[in-house]
Design a protein around this ligand. Structure first.
Ligand code: SF4
Length: 111
């Protein structure tokens, strides 16, 4: 895939310098979700699934504000995933640190 990052992320001024996937103005869903509905339970397919970001790969396992790992209650199919593990927590903590470091580099103009 060879898309400029600005075409699929929110403006950095809105995210504190963190890269976040943008939402489609038509469906309100991720720009990479192929769907024609705003209904959160509507059928859809990620058209970059093979290349999806790490946060998408670990979902519905996420960290809370105290860095505890858990399965997101907002996931529409939580029973389809095993309980969160300490290994996933470690992976998410490393991802969080990496995102923070990249954000700080962007703020310094080092990107
Ligand atoms: S898996 Fe990630 S990139 Fe793909 S549609 Fe869902 S949120 Fe977007």
């Amino acid at each position: 895939m060879d898309l400029p990052v600005e075409e699929f992320t929110k403006p950095l001024s809105e995210t504190g310098g963190v890269l976040e996937l943008a939402n489609s103005p038509v469906t309100d869903a991720c720009v990479f979700l192929e769907t024609d509905s705003k209904d959160a339970s509507a059928w859809g397919v990620c058209w970059i699934y093979e290349f999806r970001p790490m946060g998408c790969r670990t979902y519905p396992v996420v960290l809370d504000m105290n860095d505890r790992v858990f399965k997101d209650d907002l996931c529409p199919w939580p029973e389809g995933f095993p309980e969160a593990t300490d290994e996933q927590r470690q992976l998410l903590l490393e991802l969080e640190a990496s995102i923070k470091q990249e954000s700080e580099q962007r703020a310094q103009g080092d990107d």
